[in-house]
Design a protein around this ligand. Structure first.
Ligand code: SOE
Length: 397
């Protein structure tokens, strides 16, 4: 596959479940559809459950299976570590991999705490001095409609931002009989809906606007506190089922966020809307090939929300795939992520989102939990870009 003399890099992936599957397909499709200057070799997959890891390895033709991620880092034929394991493993693996000179792709959220995220960002900064690259897997930035929205905001097509409205709605925990998995235990996942899917909403708000969330006022909740254990009995849920919070952006825009895995009927409804002085943008992942755009400068007779079908070759990433109108799916953003990371490694650029971007999200998540614990008190985000206040926001949260 690929030209015989192309440069290649060995990938070592930690994890083999849902994200391991999505990333495996991402590496394969990046090679087949984007032909990056550095081609991935699926060298080895690490999983504690050798049987399950072997099943994934066989599906995607990984060359080897190991049961200890440290074996991947020790190998000279592996140049990039892809972390697709639960959040409590991210910091140890990423810091060790970066210290060993391996490039790192780490699934979101970056870590289970701000302290871990700070250590990872510091390790990434040190490794960058030696040309070692790192990226955090906020893949929704690479859905073509979202990347187009970022382009339109950068071009000034929505003008000065007034509102950001980001919510991520799923319903796979609506049923009280849904089992207690690692995602429902704080020591494994760090938080519940907030970190699992709220992190995506926060990252998209910061990515699309190019600004920071500077402060929040939050409410979190857990509807079902005891859930069945996979092998009988019940266990205690120690994370949130839902989080809702207000925020203020650097430029003064008001933001609202929601993250829940109990929104009955909403399967993967990541929705974001920006309202500005010149227009609005709206995206819903459940209609992922469409970006809605309202151009307030258009002639009144034709003014309204336009449904842009983001499947033209002029649109981000589309030229590598299908003719107009054929559409993409959930898995395509993982190929875009892999292709962009491989290109950055090959050209010596720093890929985005960086571990610093992941740290910025982690600080918002921590502020949400701090605010909720303090009765929804307004809570500032350390390090957030100072607000260029407008008259009605000076000094107010
Ligand atoms: C949660 O259900 C989840 O799998 C997230 O963890 C992923 O990041 C998201 O892409 C899909 O939903």
């Amino acid at each position: 596959m690929g030209s015989l003399n192309a440069r290649t890099i060995g990938i070592g992936m930690v994890g083999h479940a849902f994200m391991g599957t999505a990333h495996s397909l991402g590496w394969r499709n990046a090679r087949s559809f984007f032909a990056p200057p550095l081609l991935p070799r699926l060298t080895a997959l690490a999983g504690r459950d050798r049987t399950a890891a072997t099943a994934t390895a066989e599906r995607f033709d990984w060359s080897e299976v190991v049961t200890d991620w440290r074996d991947l880092i020790a190998r000279d034929d592996i140049g990039l570590i892809d972390i697709c394991a639960p959040g409590d493993t991210h910091a140890e693996i990423a810091v060790a991999a970066l210290a060993a000179g391996k490039h790192v792709l780490c699934e979101k959220p970056l870590a289970n705490s701000v302290a871990e995220a700070e250590a990872m960002a510091a390790a990434a900064a040190a490794a960058r001095e030696n040309g070692v690259r790192s990226m955090v897997g906020f893949t929704y930035r690479r859905v073509p409609a979202v990347a187009l929205a970022r382009r339109l905001v950068r071009e000034g097509r929505v003008g000065e931002l007034r509102h950001v409205r980001a919510r991520y709605l799923q319903d796979w925990l609506t049923d009280p009989a849904a089992p207690l998995t690692w995602r429902l235990r704080r020591e494994r996942a760090g938080s519940g809906a907030l970190g699992d899917i709220g992190a995506h909403a926060v990252d998209l708000a910061q990515y699309l606007t190019g600004e920071d969330v500077t402060g929040v006022a939050a409410v979190t909740g857990t509807f079902v506190r005891e859930r069945p254990l996979p092998d009988g009995g019940t266990g205690t849920v120690t994370v949130d089922d839902t989080a809702a919070f207000l925020g203020r952006m650097t430029g003064g825009a008001l933001a609202t966020f929601e993250a829940t895995r109990c929104a009955t009927g909403r399967k993967n409804a990541l929705r974001i809307e920006l309202n500005g002085t010149l227009g609005s943008l709206a995206f819903d992942f459940e209609d992922m090939n469409v970006l809605q755009f309202h151009d307030a400068t258009a002639d009144a007779s034709v003014r309204g929300f336009t449904r842009i079908q983001v499947t033209e070759p002029e649109h981000p990433y589309i030229a590598a795939w299908w003719p107009p109108g054929h559409g993409l799916g959930y898995e395509h953003a993982f190929a875009h992520q892999a292709a962009d990371l491989l290109t950055a490694v090959a050209t010596g650029d720093d890929p985005e989102p960086s571990f610093d971007d992941g740290l910025r999200v982690q600080r918002v998540l921590a502020a949400v939990e701090e605010s909720a614990a303090a009765g929804s008190a307004w809570t500032g985000i350390p390090g957030a870009a100072a607000r260029t206040g407008t008259p009605d926001t000076e000094g107010k949260p």
